[in-house]
Design a protein around this ligand. Structure first.
Ligand SMILES: *Cc1c(COP(=O)(O)O)cnc(C)c1O
Length: 350
């Protein structure tokens, strides 16, 4: 046994580090990124903003950027926001507030970082399997709440990797019955017709997470936590003083002003989503599942074979195959890129 394997906690030794697929030269349809680049004029202005920043100084107050985000995401003025280095950092910060014996509840399948970060923090993570419609099993969830009093319940809405919004009534029941905090993670809010932001005023134990990663700015790493003022004030004590770097702050404060463009781009993706959904389902061997996000989960006869075929043809999607479920996840892109993907699928089945 090496020094480090003796030294490290067993749960950490058991973790597989998050792997980023090699995607050079490939059409990236694996990570729910937006396909839209900045136009030339915006690029030029962005460069000006960036070159005027004082990178010898620590980042300045986040207030200005917070206000831009409140406006972009229609967050009521009486609520507070806290920014994170990606919403991943905010998920970590939420669990940092927990202590030893606390239990964290999630669903299965859902966003993998909830479980991973719970392990980092030495917390007991439990998950409840979704039902056959990928919805919450409310009876099991309420039972778990009654027995275990989870300190935090993470609900991705829409859910990743299934793409659907869970039943709103079930989530409301969970918030009402939970003794701990309920975190509704709206990473895909731009592609969904519903949100829990307006419910925050009703419930002291509700927090909503959002991010700019899925609306065109994954490279900036900027997440948002939304809650009542007194709630955010407590969590803000756990935030690293300068967690958002100056280049991200300056770029985001400029780029996120263009709300119209961001909404326009999201609408293009929503239109494309229904086209890709129809097309995928027109193949006899494919079942695509309804999505409220910018990706589609679909089931095939042989997930590895289709994944490898696409990969060989330089199209990268996400292989979610486990326990013989044969599911794959594809990110919705521009019309041209979706067509390229669909043509390869067609070729595979011919
Ligand atoms: C992508 C994703 C995130 C991560 O967002 P970042 O801001 O890029 O860290 C959080 N939650 C869900 C459900 C996601 O799918």
């Amino acid at each position: 046994m090496s020094f480090i394997t003796q030294w490290m906690r067993d749960e950490i030794l058991d973790i597989q580090s998050y792997s980023v697929q090699n995607s050079s030269e490939k059409l990236k349809l694996d990570a729910m990124e937006s396909p839209f680049l900045l136009d030339d004029d915006t690029q030029k202005k962005l460069l000006q903003h960036l070159s005027n920043t004082e990178i010898n100084r620590y980042p300045q107050s986040q207030k200005g950027l917070q206000n831009v985000i409140k406006n972009l995401m229609d967050i009521p003025q009486n609520l507070a926001v806290m920014l994170g280095n990606g919403s991943d950092e905010l998920i970590q910060l939420l669990m940092l507030a927990c202590s030893g014996q606390d239990k964290i509840l999630g669903f299965n399948p859902s966003f993998v970082m909830y479980e991973m970060i719970a392990k980092w923090c030495g917390l007991d993570f439990q998950s409840i399997d979704l039902d056959d419609n990928f919805d919450i099993n409310l009876i099991e969830t309420l039972k778990n709440i009654a027995e275990n009093n989870p300190k935090i319940i993470f609900i991705a809405y829409p859910n990743n990797p299934t793409g659907n919004n869970f039943s709103r009534a079930s989530i409301e029941k969970i918030i009402q019955n939970a003794t701990g905090l309920v975190v509704v993670d709206e990473a895909y809010y731009a592609y969904s017709d519903d949100s829990f932001i307006s419910d925050i005023e009703k419930y002291d134990n509700l927090i909503v997470l959002r991010t700019i990663s899925k609306i065109g700015f994954a490279g900036l790493r900027l997440g948002v936590m939304i809650g009542k003022k007194e709630v955010i004030a407590e969590f803000d004590k756990l935030r690293m003083p300068y967690n958002i770097n100056t280049l991200t702050m300056v770029a985001a404060e400029f780029l996120l002003l263009n709300k119209q463009k961001i909404i326009e781009n999201a609408n293009i993706i929503k239109t494309q989503r229904s086209i890709v959904f129809e097309k995928l389902n027109s193949f006899e061997d494919i079942t695509a599942f309804k999505s409220d996000a910018n990706f589609i989960l679909f089931q095939v006869k042989d997930a590895h074979a289709l994944f490898d075929f696409l990969d060989e043809n330089n199209v990268l999607i996400k292989n979610m195959h486990s326990k013989n479920n044969n599911v794959l996840r594809v990110t919705i892109s521009t019309s041209d890129e979706n067509q390229l993907f669909l043509n390869l699928v067609k070729q595979f089945y011919e």
